[in-house]
Design a binder for this molecule. Sequence first.
Ligand SMILES: [Zn+2]
Length: 292
Amino acid sequence: MTIEEMKARKQALGLTNQDIATLTGVPLGTVQKVFAGITTSPRYGTVLALEKILGDDNVLMQTAPDEESAKESIREDLKRELVMYAKLMDEKGLVNTMEGNLSIYDRAHDFLYITPSGTRKSLLDESMIAVMHGDRQIDGTLKRSSEYLLHLAALKNRPDANAVAHLHAPYLTAYAYCGKSIKVNCSTTFALLFEEIPCLPYGMPGTVRIAEGIDEAIAEHDLILLGNHGAVAVGADIEYAVSLVEAAEEVLKIYSYAKQIGDVVDIDPDDLEELMEKHPSSRRNRMRRRFN
Ligand SMILES: [Zn+2]
C-alpha cells in the first residue's frame, strides 16, 4: 500500500491519527508525520503496522474501546516506549545513572512521562516511569527527574514537539564544558540537520535557572547545548529526538578523528548555503514548514 492509498483508506474509514496510533502501537508523532506528508519514507516496521490495520475490514470494530481503557493503553504504550529508549541510550553511553533523562509528552491530556531521578537506565521498568501533571507527580514508583522543569520549558516553546531527550553525550557535552556553540562546515549531515548547535550559558541543574534562555534557542533549533552540562533535543517523537543526538555525536566523533589526521577541508560556503536552502529536509526548511 502506498502512503497515498493509506491516506485514502484512513479517510474512508474515518479513523483519526490517535485511533491509528492506538491500534498499531506506532507512536502518535510518527503517525502524524506520515499522514501530514512530513515523513515520506517511513520505516519498514511502521509501514507493515499501518498496512495491517488499514487493510483490515474489521478495523472499525476495534476502534470504540471505552475511553478509560483507551487512555490506559496510551499510558502503557508511552511508558514502554520511554523505557526502551532509556535503555538504548544507556547502552550507547549517552546517559548514565546520575545524568540524562528522556520524556514523552501526551499533550491531549497534559501528562509528561519522564525517567526517574538517579536510577540506572538499564534497570528501569514501566512502573518506575514518573507521570507529571503540571508540577504534580501522579504515577510512578520513583521520584521524577529533577530536570523535568527543563523538559517542560522545551516543550512549551515547541508546540510541534512531543518528546525531549536530555543527554550527556560525551562529544556534545565536551563542547558544553568549553561553552562553545558548534558549527561544523565539513559535514553535509551536520549542515542539513543542525546548521548550528547553540550553547547556552550555565544554569544550576534542578532549578528553573537551568531552563533560562532555552526559549529562543529551542524555538529555532532542535538540538541545543546547556553550558557546563549536556545536550537537549526535541522531536515530534522520542525516536526523532534521540536520533538527532546520535547523529550529532557521530559527526563530532569523526570530526575529532579528522582533526588528528590533518587539516579539515570545509565545504565551500556557497555550496553549503545552497544545500541548506534547497534541501527539503534541511533545518531551515523544516522550521519554515512548522510555521506554514
Ligand atoms: Zn542533566
